[in-house]
Design a binder for this molecule. Structure first.
Ligand SMILES: [Zn+2]
Length: 117
């Protein structure tokens, strides 16, 4: 067997599950795969330690977290406000331009009617 053929089942060796005999023989003779299994074992041990470990929060952690959340929310609200204002100004400018255009068209049309009559 080759290393790439056994790579997918190497994590199973950590728990000594019923792994294929050929895989076990390969690992017994292959330093590379033995090192990989050792890394998996170390990873599992580290994860087990993390599961049992309780991290005491620092005294100001809650306040800092709430301040960060508030700041992020304010930035988001400000961004929304600015975007909304820009859209409102843009819409108002377009509306004004359209109204001016319509008024100009009406004035031109009336002046032509008078010139014809
Ligand atoms: Zn190997």
């Amino acid at each position: 067997m080759r290393c790439d053929e056994v790579a997918a089942v190497l994590p199973g060796l950590v728990d000594d599950d019923a792994t294929d005999l050929e895989v076990r023989r390969h690992v017994e003779q292959c330093l590379r795969c033995q090192a990989e299994v050792a890394r998996y074992r170390k990873l599992v041990r580290t994860l087990e330690l993390l599961r049992a470990r309780y991290v005491e929060p620092t005294p100001g952690l809650l306040g800092e977290t709430l301040a960060a959340i508030t700041e992020a929310a304010e930035r988001g609200a400000l961004r929304t406000y600015v975007t909304t204002r820009r859209l409102a100004y843009g819409g108002a400018a377009v509306g004004t331009a359209l109204a001016a255009g319509a008024a100009a068209a009406l004035i031109i049309a009336r002046s032509r009617r008078r010139a014809v009559a």
